[in-house]
Design a protein around this ligand. Structure first.
Ligand code: 3PG
Length: 250
């Protein structure tokens, strides 16, 4: 019997629409994002997915997407766990900047390194910047040393993995069906881990907003199969659009 895990990136956020680097900034989803979350719920319902538990980040775009989708599935009653470990990768000093303008200023190659390389983080946020997580009440119980001022995909994976091993993997091993609603890069990190993607190949992986990615896992949690629910061609196009977000306009 395979175990089922769904990875769901939040629906379009206001800063996805505005094309700004977001990271740990807590922006909400747009009306389109809400519709994507409804559609995600419909696809999961049609697939007959009955979850036992759901996990999400402490950022409202993921939380609202999760509840919107679960509402459509009549599964809002599920136990839900929220953790900073599923947050988006911290985008450092790039947070708030326009992606295309950043490319115009620093060049396509540099921006691709910041967005998609495995172990090169963007420049850090000044630790006195009011947007640093140390000033955010939701992280007050965490050791200041774990709060990032920037993250690469590698350091993102380093903080996602303990949660995977401690919370998610035991539930899957016990036969539970699990929903993880998170973010483009925290999910790229999990995808890399589950599918053993090399540091080099992960550069080309882009995860679209609001499309459930269903994994069927063997008993030892190795991947048996994975696929986007719904129209595969639409998922491919949406992933390409994510890759192109930093292209300069015109
Ligand atoms: C962000 O944090 O800006 C997005 O959610 C992910 O951005 P990226 O696709 O540019 O990494």
């Amino acid at each position: 019997m395979t175990r089922k895990l769904v990875l769901l990136r939040h629906g379009q956020s206001q800063w996805n629409l505005d094309n700004r680097f977001t990271g740990w900034v807590d922006v909400d989803i747009t009306e389109q994002g809400r519709q994507e979350a409804v559609k995600a719920g419909e696809l999961m319902r049609e697939e007959g997915l009955l979850f036992d538990v759901a996990h999400t980040s402490v950022l409202r775009r993921a939380i609202r997407t999760m509840y919107t989708a679960l509402d459509v599935m009549d599964q809002m009653w599920l136990p839900v766990h929220k953790t900073w470990r599923l947050n988006e990768r911290h985008y450092g000093a790039l947070q708030g900047l326009d992606k295309a303008e950043t490319t115009a200023k620093h060049g396509e190659a540099q921006v691709k390194i910041w967005r998609r390389s495995y172990d090169i983080p963007p420049p850090p946020l000044d630790e006195h910047d009011g947007g640093h997580p140390r000033y955010d009440r939701r992280y007050r119980r965490l050791d200041a040393a774990v709060l990032p001022a920037t993250e690469s995909l590698k350091t993102t994976l380093d903080r996602v993995l303990p949660y995977w091993h401690d919370a998610i993997a035991p539930q899957l091993k016990a036969g539970q069906t699990v929903l993880v609603t998170a973010h483009g890069n925290s999910l790229r990190a999990l995808y890399k881990y589950l599918n053993h993607v090399s540091d080099k190949d992960i550069i080309d992986l882009n995860i679209p907003t609001g499309i459930p990615l269903l994994f069927e896992l063997r008993e030892d949690l190795s991947v048996h199969a994975h696929r986007y629910l719904g129209d595969a061609e639409a998922a491919k196009k949406a992933a390409e659009a994510v890759a192109n977000q930093a292209k300069t306009r015109g």
